[in-house]
Design a protein around this ligand. Sequence first.
Ligand SMILES: Nc1nc2c(c(=O)[nH]1)N[C@H]1C(S)=C(S)[C@@H](COP(=O)(O)O)O[C@H]1N2
Ligand SMILES: [Mo]
Length: 295
Amino acid sequence: MPSETHVATLECAGNSRVFLIPQVAGAQWELGAVGNAEWTGVPLSALLERAGLADDACEIVLEGADRGTPAEPPVPPGPISYARSLPRHKAVQPEVLIAYQMNGRDLPVDHGYPVRAVVPGHYGMASVKWLTHIHAVREPFGGYWQTSDYAYWGDLDGKPVRRALGEIKLKSEIARPRVYETLAPNQRYTVFGVAWAGETEVTGIAVSTDGGANWAEADFIDPAQPHAWRRWTFDWMTPKKPGRYILLARARDSSGYVQPDKHDPRHGSYVINHPLPIEVFVNDGDGAAAAGTPA
Ligand SMILES: Nc1nc2c(c(=O)[nH]1)N[C@H]1C(S)=C(S)[C@@H](COP(=O)(O)O)O[C@H]1N2
Ligand SMILES: [Mo]
């Protein structure tokens, strides 16, 4: 069947969880549960067309080979496989692939060999790996991995309702310097990072080097491309005064949205898209550590 290649950023919905205060349960992801790759595969829409999708099919359920019993209640009646549904309107978009290659090679086992779904614009949990089945369903699929887990509290006429996590929310990360890195004073230092969004376009990126009191625009390296992150740089004259400094990055998108100041508790331990504080140290210039630098 015809294959296509798309670049897409996949971010785990729990990425940056370690930044939540107080600490929450779950893998203590720092900055690394996000990546950008080139995916090759057959568009899901081509498979659905060949199969002949019924008019009343509302969702497409994607199922993977891994099975087991969740450790946390509510525990389902027997072992379950990893399965997630996509709303029909997203499933038929041309960017959604049943992929067999990542960066021009067969998928590594960790990334879903032999075939996985790649759902650009949605958090990683939508991109089902080790894919075994694709089912069209007539009623919304309320499986474990989109109600008990990978879900959030939405709102229906003022009442909280459980909804499946979907679209990636606008976010940026500082990749360089690293948390707790020690820098020389009064030097030009290039801060480097990335910014990405789900279904919108990242249009601006600002950086603060004083904990959020002042912001200045950074420069994009990459042009805007749907579903792919944009790398950016920011030239910083490091302070003359030794000490602790907090760096932050805050992106804007084409819909006018700006990264929020705080994590929204309705998302539980997911969707951590507020500007993440990167604490660094500036030393006194003699190579000696500044006061407060961890040993
Ligand atoms: N079959 C299966 N697919 C899965 C998962 C899983 O546990 N089983 N985890 C999902 C989650 S939560 C994420 S973040 C991504 C991670 O994809 P990666 O390992 O290629 O980075 O895979 C998704 N696909
Ligand atoms: Mo994830």
